[in-house]
Design a protein around this ligand. Structure first.
Ligand code: HEM
Length: 543
């Protein structure tokens, strides 16, 4: 079928008429030539060899040969849905972001994922879950690229490749597929005690959610929000599931992994198809934007730390409803490209050294994964805002840019004359001083922030906040996962780490492993910089 209307120079009048993958009623080649048959190759004689001139065979086979793209280096397995975010209008005091104004409804695409498994791995593996949301706002796209746990394993992005190398299957045997049951993972986390808090979360029931619909989400890092009058606040983002937080027990997770490895993606798709639309409330903990960027003694730039909600309650900003399944998994769920650098006016990043590294990594990896610099033109990644970016050419360019002047200012095409940047509007970073010596904080350093050295207080706080049943599950998880480790010294080192968290936890895991309780554990945290935290938890003494 010809396009319904034809514009100048034979181009379709409505460019989107070309976006549909398929049209017409007859089989055609990719060039639109009608084909009579696709089940028989062109041969020389009835039993003869295939002919190179069979352009249909070659086109069909070549395209098939290139159907796969690299899976994400992390978060390869995921499931996604479309939805809408409706703002309550409660954010006006803290941010000028227009999509958070009262009653504004913003289309969203949300992708949930496991972190370490491959694209074909089981949904219910013990692992962190990704919770990434793309808000298609008229001011540009905002991505909140979060996880279902509020902290992370490391404090500095330069360790991320090491963390993932340790967490992925061993390079020699490519086992195990499960997150934690291997020597390299435990070797890494026992050598990097900053991972202790997150490791406790990962051994808790949070790591085996009942459903994506019953998971919390967290921005993890502290963000800076800027209001219309340029006052700023520091915030942490939270997603609260309306259905509440629910997990599987380990045995359920094991059975599901065997009987239905698609347990979570099936649950999400079925619920949406049945009209039981999953919902979350987005909220923020708000802290004053002080010079030292701490709150109640807690370093807001340290991604291994939370601020307990007792100290800073979550203030609701709006509601997310997922109401439509993707039409095509590859086009949408696989090709969606989230990036912590997709920001809108009123939302800024902070100096959290993990977050700073992420600002580099996402665009960089997507250049390879999605084949060049134009993946922003893919339908799922296209902003719902006007785009006038002067980015040109490159692999897989699908736009037909008009005019000659792809630069600013210009005098040929009404290009903006020279105006002071601050009058141009749009995304203008809040002016703030950056000071400090150029340093690489190797080992003990007098420039390292003291709170970054406190690796245990919040791990202890987490443990202390668990019910007895939850504690039992955590002990069982440590015992099971460490029980799979071959190297005895790694198990012993991790037990020494647990001794710094809680003596009861350490003793129970040691008993499960049949190992002695370490007598000389490393020193527990010598600093608890937060008096407010001390009221919530008693920091253990040396074990
Ligand atoms: C995915 C890097 C930490 C959440 C990814 C991807 C990379 C990456 C390369 C694959 C992206 C793609 O192929 O499209 C990093 C680095 C980190 C880091 C370098 C630390 C230095 C985090 C943290 C969070 C997080 C702390 C949570 C707050 C996610 C999510 C995805 C993802 C949810 C999947 C996005 C999707 O569904 O497509 N990350 N990451 N990452 N990351 Fe990170």
């Amino acid at each position: 079928q010809a396009p319904s209307s034809v514009g100048p120079a034979g181009r379709p009048a409505d460019p989107r008429s070309n976006y549909r993958g398929q049209s017409g009623t007859f089989l055609t080649s990719a060039q639109g030539t009608r084909l009579p048959d696709t089940e028989h190759s062109l041969t020389a004689g009835a039993r003869g060899p295939l002919l190179v001139e069979d352009f249909h065979f070659r086109e069909k086979m070549t395209h098939f040969d290139h159907e796969r793209i690299p899976e994400r280096v992390v978060h390869a397995r995921g499931a996604a849905a479309h939805g809408v975010f409706e703002a309550y209008g409660t954010a006006g005091d803290v941010t000028k972001a227009a999509f958070l104004a009262e009653g504004v409804r913003t289309p969203v695409f949300v992708r949930f994922s496991t972190v370490l498994g491959s694209r074909g791995s089981a949904d219910t593996a013990r692992d962190v879950r990704g919770f990434a949301t793309k808000f298609y706002t008229p001011e540009g796209t905002f991505d909140l690229v979060g996880n279902n746990m509020p902290v992370f394993f490391i404090q500095d992005a330069i360790k991320f490749p090491d963390l993932i190398h340790a967490g992925k299957p061993h390079p020699d045997r490519e086992i195990p597929q499960a997150q934690s049951a291997h020597d390299t993972f435990w070797d890494f986390v026992s050598l990097h005690t900053e991972a202790t808090h997150m490791t406790l979360w990962a051994m808790s029931d949070r790591a085996i959610p009942r459903s994506y619909r019953t998971m919390e989400g967290f921005g993890v890092h502290t963000f800076r929000l800027v209001a219309a009058d340029d006052t700023s606040s520091l915030v942490k983002f939270h997603w609260k599931p309306v259905l509440g937080i629910h997990s599987l027990v380990w045995e359920e997770a094991q059975i599901a992994a065997g009987a239905d490895p698609d347990f979570h993606r099936r649950d999400l798709a079925d619920a949406i198809e049945a009209g039981a639309f999953p919902e979350w409330e987005l909220g923020v903990q708000v802290f004053p934007d002080t010079e030292d960027e701490t709150f109640e003694g807690i370093d807001l730039l340290d991604p291994t730390k939370i601020v307990p909600e007792e100290l800073a309650p979550v203030q609701p900003l709006g509601r997310l409803t997922l109401n439509a399944n993707p039409t095509n998994y590859f086009a949408e769920t696989e090709q969606v490209a989230f990036h912590t650098g997709h920001l809108v006016p009123g939302i800024e990043v902070t100096n959290d050294p993990l977050m700073q590294g992420r600002m580099f990594s996402y665009l960089d990896t997507q250049l390879t994964r999605l084949g060049g610099p134009n993946f922003g033109q893919l339908p799922i990644n296209r902003p719902h805002a006007a785009v006038n970016d002067n980015l040109r050419d490159g692999m897989h360019q699908t736009a037909v840019h008009e005019g000659v002047a792809a630069y600013l200012p210009n005098s040929l095409q009404g290009g903006e004359p020279k105006v002071a940047a601050k009058n141009r509007g749009g995304y203008v970073q809040l002016q703030r001083p950056v000071v400090g010596e150029v340093v690489r904080q190797t080992g003990v350093s007098d420039v390292a922030p003291v709170s970054f050295d406190d690796h245990f207080t919040q791990a202890t706080l987490f443990w202390a906040s668990m019910t007895d049943v939850e504690k039992t599950h955590i002990v069982e998880a440590f015992t099971f996962e460490l029980g799979k480790v071959y190297e005895q010294s790694v198990k012993e080192r991790e037990l020494a780490v647990l001794a710094c968290v809680d003596a009861q936890l350490c003793a129970a895991v040691a008993e499960g492993l049949g190992l002695p309780v370490p007598t000389a554990a490393r020193e527990p945290a010598t600093v608890n910089p937060s008096p407010a935290l001390s009221q919530l938890v008693t920091v253990p003494g040396p074990v």
